[in-house]
Design a protein. Structure first.
Length: 57
């Protein structure tokens, strides 16, 4: 289960980072790290962070 959460966190962080870079956001790294770390802490927190990112972009 731990490996699954790690893979999901990495995939979500990578997607957010690349999407933010593509859109020219200055804080793309912070968004990627934030989503990744929150996903590692709690899966629900990561999902909420991803929703906030998609809403704010």
């Amino acid at each position: 289960m731990g490996l699954f959460v790690l893979v999901i966190a990495a995939a979500m962080a990578y997607w957010v980072y690349t999407d933010a870079e593509k859109r020219g956001k200055d804080n793309a790294l912070l968004w990627g790290l934030g989503v990744g770390i929150l996903t590692l802490l709690t899966l629900l927190g990561g999902i909420v962070a991803l929703i906030v990112y998609v809403w704010k972009r």
